[in-house]
Design a protein around this ligand. Structure first.
Ligand SMILES: [Zn+2]
Length: 274
């Protein structure tokens, strides 16, 4: 059975732990080109296809990178423009950010973008209005829901597998593709990306992917280019934030290779035939 691979295409500094982690107006070292090229090489070697949720900021700075990703057979989707948390924006601000980001990416690739993922999984009980706006903007699916609860994100009551969300008493056409979890006792446990992927040993991740497949669903694995880059500059973060952001980065690429060897991956667009 095929699983789904997703990449949030953003720079090493796009983190939302607090308001002033980064400033898009400042100039930072560029790490995304080499990190993404490395990912593309690995995906090519293992015949894996992925969905890349491209940040508008990145598309604007590196249009050629976006064309290279598309030419390598991957899906291009949107990660919004400026990497701001949804629940700190008004619906109008959100709509403008995403409209701009979608257009920017579509102008580069010349086809319509079908999918969206919110920065830091920030569709939460405070920002459910986002679903209706995404549908209005022409998106076919959203992949911004994490059915767990954390200090930064989570929609713990959401279904664990793809569903059509209900908003204002209407079932939307938009398909929601939540991040993967496994059930343990009465809890949803994350494993498939970011900190969880970096922290858990490979055999545990492999078992979790198999468990999700046994339930008849693809696992949705997600990573950021910075997560295979131990040389990246360090952000000014608290101890806890630093731990979440950098733990296991030096071993992440090797773990990813093992996962790519063992499991088959495709994009969201291809899996759901959107
Ligand atoms: Zn992101």
């Amino acid at each position: 059975m095929k699983n789904i691979l997703t990449i949030d295409l953003e720079e090493w500094f796009h983190a939302n732990y607090h308001d002033d982690v980064f400033d898009n107006q400042k100039t930072y070292e560029v790490r995304i080109l080499q990190n993404t090229e490395r990912l593309l090489t690995l995906f090519n070697e293992h015949k894996a296809k992925a969905t890349f949720f491209v940040l508008g900021y990145v598309a604007e700075k590196h249009p050629r990178l976006i064309r290279d990703i598309l030419a390598a057979g991957h899906e291009i989707a949107s990660h919004g423009y400026a990497h701001q948390l949804l629940y700190q924006q008004t619906p109008e601000e959100f709509k403008e950010d995403v409209r701009q980001a979608k257009k920017r990416v579509e102008d580069i690739v010349g086809t319509s973008v079908k999918g969206y993922r919110a920065p830091s999984w920030s569709i939460t009980p405070r920002s459910l209005w986002a679903w209706e706006i995404l549908q209005e903007l022409g998106f076919k699916y959203d992949a911004s829901v994490f059915p767990i609860e954390t200090f930064l994100y989570g929609l713990p009551t959401a279904p664990r597998f793809s569903f059509h969300p209900e908003y204002n008493g209407k079932i939307l056409d938009l398909l929601e593709v939540p991040s993967s979890t496994v059930r343990f006792l009465t809890k949803n446990i994350p494993f498939a990306g970011g900190f969880y992927f970096r922290a858990l040993p490979y055999p545990v991740i492999a078992q979790c992917i198999k468990a999700v497949n046994k339930e008849g669903h693809p696992a949705i694995v997600y990573l950021h280019p910075r997560e295979i880059d131990p040389e990246q500059p360090r952000l000014a973060l608290s101890k806890k934030e630093s731990f979440i952001h950098y733990y296991g980065v030096s071993r992440c690429e090797q773990k990813l290779i093992r996962v790519l060897k063992r499991f088959e991956f495709t994009s969201i667009e291809e899996y759901f035939k959107l």
